[in-house]
Write a protein of this length. Sequence first.
Length: 158
Amino acid sequence: MKEIELNIRIRAYRYEELNEADRELMDAAIDATRRSYSPYSKFSVGAAVRLQSGTIVTGSNQENAAYPSGLCAERTTLFYANSRYPEEAVETLAIAAKNEQGFLESPIPPCGACRQVMLETEERFKRPMRILLYSLHDIYEIRGTKDLLPLSFGSEFL
Ligand code: THU
């Protein structure tokens, strides 16, 4: 028997500790929560990506009366960014979420399906995508999808 240990690293910042570019991106994700269409869950998620060129693209979760037909903010945003700017790598993805009481006390972890799509975006552009997860207290900085989805399935297995 041998044991395999996979390490992940998360850095936790206060909002005030973010550099100007990250703060701008986080603000864009926070603002995008206002454009969430979430009449069923009342859980508003906003995402913002900074592309290689510096362009910021935002998106939000879009729900549907047929529940599975809706889509999370992360995938809405990445699919839009990748379809509008197919040549541009995504440098950083910022995510913010609020429920009816307001923004969350701890960072929102993206769902499994979104993590898989994030991985594909990284593989497509062959560079890690930083992820920033907002909360009222800590903001998590994750250096790439591998730290969100260790032991991931990617195209190298096909
Ligand atoms: N949601 C996201 O947009 N991102 C996540 O990472 C988790 C969940 C959305 C989906 C649905 O519209 C609502 O939040 C409740 O699950």
